[in-house]
Design a protein around this ligand. Structure first.
Ligand code: RTP
Ligand code: MG
Length: 148
């Protein structure tokens, strides 16, 4: 089953949105297989967002993502990489579709509440940055026979 890396950004944590955001993925039927609160170091932030190094917003992005704790998670399920991106909405919350996480909670591109991997390759790369293999839990849920 596919896995993705999701992260409630510092603004989502400060605004008390962690539970509501996690709930959306649980309610959809996705399974949390890794979850932790952490303070990201500058080095890790620069690695995670390495594809944006040199862009005009890179420094602000790294400052922001290291400005407070984040909630990191690995979520598993059918087509979860692209579906989680749909549930998040467009990068700029003002352009995000109504009902998506970013449209529901945000108005600023630099304060867009949640991160989600943009491809299976990114997901594998980002999961390895933030989680050790033993931090990911393999377990069965009885409810899965009602989801699949
Ligand atoms: P993320 O990686 O955080 O999940 O967001 P994303 O894929 O939707 O967007 P991405 O292109 O990867 O950009 C990463 C983050 O950089 C900030 N950004 N600012 N000012 C700008 O034009 C601009 N463009 C991107 C956003 O906070 C975005 O989430
Ligand atoms: Mg991205």
């Amino acid at each position: 089953m596919e896995r993705t890396y999701l992260m409630v950004k510092p603004d989502g944590v400060q605004r008390g949105l962690v539970g509501q955001i996690i709930s959306r993925f649980e309610q959809r039927g996705y399974k949390i297989v890794g979850l932790k609160m952490m303070q990201i170091s500058r080095e890790t932030a620069e690695k995670h967002y390495g594809e944006h190094a040199g862009k005009p917003f890179f420094n602000d992005l790294v400052n922001f993502i290291t400005s407070g704790p984040v909630v990191a998670m690995v979520v598993e399920g059918k087509d979860v990489v692209s579906t989680a991106r749909e549930m998040m909405g467009a990068t700029n919350p003002l352009k995000a579709a109504p009902g998506t996480i970013r449209a529901t909670y945000g108005v600023d591109v630099g304060r867009n509440i949640i991160h989600g991997s943009d491809s299976l390759e990114s997901a594998n790369r980002e999961i390895a940055i933030f989680f050790r293999p033993e931090e990911l839990v393999d377990y069965e849920r009885a409810i899965d026979t009602w989801i699949y």
